[in-house]
Design a protein around this ligand. Structure first.
Ligand code: 9GP
Length: 818
């Protein structure tokens, strides 16, 4: 039976009792952190009961379930999310208010589990939320990084990375499960033994090993009592000291396993859409893949005895190439541990694994040097060799005489192990994450593979969970929507369509805009408290928050701000609606250009924000440490959403959907899921600019783009670029931004100057902004556009995405819950 959250009165008492029993304190003397911990335990009590019930039903109903294999789960804070999903948020808020405490301050005490970089990890978290809400059995499988995504400090405009010690004190929403520990082996060598029956036994020797310990986190569904599990793996040494080695005086050997375990799960690699081929990362991948597969098979065999029927109960979805070792490790387990021959193991594996591609950026597709791979995973390497041998035979048979093609598609080639190739070869499904992205995969970047296996390719446009990004992040709008159209949209976002009936209702439009203003005031206060900058909530809040990457073109945005500033200075009389440009972005620690762009944004902000002569018409704010928790407030407050990647480069984007859900109007290129937003919205409710993906791809192919031409024909660009290197924004060191200047114009600096066509799209970007200015001045028209965005957001719920994965790829059984 589903357990409900207690009433407000009961909660008041329970929270006070918890404070007393946990901290031996009266409520009045407790710190905010202690109250947070008490609340977490009170909520946990309910969650755990439902978790238990769900797991019992799993055993009873024996449904097919998905293991979502992902190096990243950017789950964000769980207290608020769990309260929303258990339908107890208001009750806890009221209970705390009755006790004289603001729930926001309490929620703020929770560390923000940042076990992911950006879109890919947050998508995984939204998917888990939707799976539980739709009552599909699922396990998230990942890594319990001791240090998640770094915290960002801005010092003198520069990004500094500070370790994110989220486990400093016990995290209340995780449960160590020592009873499900497994050994994972690295290095060593493989010995063969021929068996009397003619088969060969492979014996792994001389390895180092660690014990993988899972920590389970509950993933609550919305108002249905369903609780799925996110299992994140930590490592510990098998023996703290290898005594035998130690006695022989080999101290290094003695501590090897200990160091291996300590390093494995220490830190998340802070790279987004860019892979550094570090051996430790390969170790992390094998570690969590092996442990998760062992647990999955163990669970299956507890209730079934025919391993050949594994695909009837289990599917492994590989989130990008990071968990591709799933293919070879599953083969190894099936053959070496469970006695299957190659053909049977391949039959099972290729019916259990599916692959999602999240990027076309070449530098993000993983390739491992063969020697590192072989040394670290000798048995896995043997299996990959055999997969590759058979795969190349298959290509030859299908495309006789095309040796080039075989070379291009091989898993092992040029001294590298190409993970995407293995994922496509073995996966029964290969999907992209937005319609345009999937088309580019099919026609350009994975064309060879598409020709070979057209039936595997499919599209699953990304989505986001409205429970976190509207109900929790923007409760004022959420309550208003409930008043207007009821609660159906909470689990069926397509019902937002009903809001279209309000598009001509002046009163409703006014209420809607009043809520936006309230949210802008909340953000303005946050900005003032954190940045010391006073921004006017009545100005346009134009926001770009996402990872910093050159293809996402924060540079285009800030160059346009520099241009606007020039315009306002030169034409003080010009009719300009005051605008606050808000940025938030983390750059990978070693990504120099990205870090310099952060510095540029901050320096431009420092000049503009202190220039009294422009009468507060422009403000530039860089929000430090952009993360899931502050993102919710930022989306709620945005008027304009900047989705300005070079067309063809952003696989989907999901920030674009979060803004749309919160009633911001997009300025964007025809890239990723923007294209589908445009289709849902109609051209009048979105500002599209710039080259199409076909044009970009054609320029890339023909090598016929010269940014100098763009500069020469546009005096505004000339002026802005000259200001990059004349000290305008860096008096002490005029050369500071020279690398940015060179990246745009100097072919000697990068393979191709202006790789991401910033200057090519500049003029059309400026025009689109002019249209925004015009549209915003007509407040009623703007309100209609913004509300249209909310009304047409239905498609972009992760509930829809998950249902498509279930229907087309996973074929899961729903769990029945009373
Ligand atoms: O860059 C994509 C982003 O466009 C997409 O929305 C997200 C989720 O599918 O994945 C990102 N990809 C990566 O972070 C690395 O592949």
């Amino acid at each position: 039976m589903k357990r409900q959250m207690p009433s407000t009165k009961e909660l008041e008492r329970e929270i006070k009792d918890r404070v007393k029993s946990m901290f031996r304190k009266d409520f009045e003397d407790a710190t905010e952190e202690e109250i947070y911990r008490a609340c977490a335990e009170v909520v946990n009590d309910v969650v755990i009961d439902n978790w238990l019930t769900t797991q019992k039903e799993f055993v009873k109903q024996d449904p097919k379930c998905v293991y979502y294999m992902s190096m990243e789960f950017l789950i964000g804070r769980l207290l608020g999310n769990n309260m929303i999903n258990m339908r107890g948020y208001t009750e806890v808020m009221d209970a705390l208010a009755n006790l004289g405490v603001d729930i926001n301050l309490i929620e703020d005490q929770e560390p923000d589990p940042a076990l992911g970089n950006g879109g890919l990890g947050r998508l995984a978290a939204c998917f888990l939320d939707s799976l539980a809400t739709l009552q599909y059995p699922a396990y998230g499988c990942g890594i319990r990084y001791h240090y998640g995504m770094f915290k960002q400090k801005i010092n003198d405009g520069f990004q500094e990375e500070v370790p994110d010690d989220w486990l400093q004190t016990r995290y209340p929403f995780e449960l160590q499960r020592s009873e499900y520990e497994f050994e994972v082996k690295f290095g060593g060598w493989v010995r063969y033994e021929n068996q009397p029956d003619g088969s060969t036994k492979y014996i792994h020797e001389g390895y180092n090993s660690v014990i993988a310990t899972p920590y389970d986190m509950p993933i609550t569904g919305f108002d249905n009592g369903m609780v799925n599990t996110l299992m994140i793996w930590d490592a510990k040494p098998k023996e703290v000291f290898r005594l035998a080695s130690f006695e022989r005086g080999d101290y290094n050997k003695a501590v090897e396993d200990m160091n291996l375990a300590r390093n494995l799960t220490e830190v998340l690699y802070p790279n987004d859409n860019h892979i550094q081929g570090k051996e430790l990362r390969l170790k992390q991948q094998y570690f969590f893949v092996s442990a998760s597969l062992q647990r999955a098979i163990d669970k299956y065999l507890r209730y079934h005895n025919d391993i050949m029927r594994l695909p009837e109960k289990v599917v492994f979805q590989m989130n990008d190439t990071h968990p591709t070792l799933t293919v070879a490790e599953l083969m190894r387990l099936l053959m070496d541990e469970h006695g299957l021959g190659w053909d049977d193991a391949w039959e099972v594996t290729t019916h259990c694994v599916a692959y999602t591609n999240h990027t076309i950026m070449a530098e993000a597709l993983e390739k491992w040097p063969e020697d590192i791979f072989k040394g670290l995973l000798p048995r896995i390497y043997m299996i990959v060799e055999e997969i590759n041998r058979r795969f190349c035979e298959e290509i030859k048979a299908k495309f006789p005489g095309d040796d080039e093609k075989v070379h291009r598609m091989a898993i092992l080639a040029d001294g590298q192990v190409k993970m995407a190739h293995m994922a496509i070869c073995a996966g029964f499904s290969v999907n992209g994450v937005a319609a345009l992205h999937t088309e580019i995969l099919k026609n350009v970047s994975l064309h060879d593979f598409y020709e070979m296996y057209p039936e595997k390719f499919n599209n699953k446009t990304n989505g986001i969970t409205q429970r976190r990004f509207l109900m929790h992040g923007n409760y004022k709008l959420s309550d208003w929507v409930i008043k207007k159209i009821g609660r159906g949209w909470i689990t069926d976002l397509s019902q937002m369509e009903k809001l279209t009936m309000l598009l001509d209702d002046k009163k409703s439009l006014q209420q809607f805009m009043d809520i936006k203003l309230e949210n802008k005031k909340r953000l303005a206060k946050y900005i003032f408290d954190h940045n010391g900058i006073a921004v006017d909530p009545n100005s346009i809040f134009d926001v770009q928050v996402k990872r910093l990457h050159e293809y996402k073109r924060q540079l285009l945005n800030i160059l346009h701000v520099m241009y606007l500033y020039n315009q306002i200075k030169e034409h003080p009389e010009m009719d300009f609606y005051p605008t606050t440009f808000i940025f938030g972005a983390k750059a990978s620690a070693g990504y120099e250009n990205a870090k310099l762009i952060i510095k540029l944004i901050n320096n431009v902000g420092a000049v503009i924000n202190n220039d009294k002569s422009i009468d507060n018409k422009l403000k530039v704010v860089f929000i430090e440490d952009y993360r899931v928790s502050n993102a919710e407030w930022i989306f709620a407050a945005a008027d304009v959403s900047e989705q300005i990647s070079t067309a063809s480069k952003e696989a989907s984007g999901t920030g674009n959907m979060k803004f749309m859900l919160n009633g911001a109007v997009t300025i964007g290129t025809m890239d990723g899921a923007n294209v589908e937003m445009y289709q849902e919205l109609g051209g009048e409710n979105i500002f599209i600019f710039g080259m199409s993906s076909d044009e970009v791809i054609a320029h890339e192919k023909n090598h016929d783009y010269n940014p100098v031409d763009e500069m020469n024909k546009n005096p505004h660009i000339q002026k802005v670029l000259s200001q990059l290197v004349n000290g305008n924004y860096s008096i002490d060191n005029p050369e500071l931004f020279r690398p940015i200047y060179n990246s745009l114009l100097n072919t000697q600096c990068t393979e191709r100057a202006d790789t991401y066509f910033v200057l090519k799209d500049f003029a059309s970007y400026c025009e689109a902004h002019e249209k925004i200015q015009e549209a915003y001045k007509d407040r009623e028209k703007w309100a209609r556009m913004a509300l249209s965005n909310v009304a047409h957001v239905g498609k972009f719920s992760s509930d829809r995405t998950i249902q498509e994965y279930v229907d087309d790829i996973w074929h899961l059984d729903k769990l029945e819950l009373k």
